[in-house]
Design a protein around this ligand. Structure first.
Ligand code: PNS
Length: 156
């Protein structure tokens, strides 16, 4: 049974993330969407809120998803625990490649796990969680970029 882990901060989950998760679910029987605490980032939404939103939006999507969180510890240890064969990451631009490639290499070096990169759909290529948060904080309309649950969560 092929299992993949799709990790990220998901602060918040966007239509770009949903596209990658559902495409990954066509390649793997189970996709663990793992909301990770990234100490290098100062999240807008709590880990629990992000998990709640990811669960809510993926409940309406085709695919076999398990949504969980990693508050600390190594991603590869979570992958071993759930017997994942691959990590999945979405790539929008060469900036993402520069950021993701060393992580893919260190994860493979640590545990042998491979990372599968899926190219972002051009329709979502410019969407990022940080831009969504910025537009929302300045009163802009983010409903084209994130599901309604997320629009609501960012209002509060
Ligand atoms: O959405 P993000 O913040 O770009 O995702 C980065 C994330 C959370 C996937 C990355 O920081 C991560 O894997 N953190 C877990 C800790 C870990 O295993 N670090 C070493 C290998 S990168």
């Amino acid at each position: 049974m092929a299992i993949a882990v799709y990790p990220g901060s998901f602060d918040p989950i966007t239509f770009g993330h949903i596209d990658i998760a559902t495409r990954a679910a066509k390649l793997f029987e189970t996709v663990h969407v793992l909301v990770v605490h990234n100490p290098g980032k100062n999240p807008k939404l709590s880990l629990d809120k992000r998990v709640e939103l990811v669960k809510a939006v993926l409940a309406n999507q085709p695919g076999n998803f398990v949504v969980s969180s990693l508050a600390s510890g190594l991603l590869v240890d979570y992958c071993k625990e759930v017997k994942a064969e691959a990590l999945v990451k979405g790539i929008r631009t060469n900036v993402d490649i520069d950021y993701e490639l060393p992580m893919a290499q260190v994860n493979r070096d640590l545990s042998g796990i491979e990372t599968v990169f899926l190219p972002a759909d051009p329709a979502h290529g410019f969407i990022s969680s940080s831009l969504v948060k910025q537009v929302a904080s300045l009163g802009g309309d983010i409903s084209k970029y994130v599901p309604a649950e997320v629009v609501e969560a960012l209002k509060n």
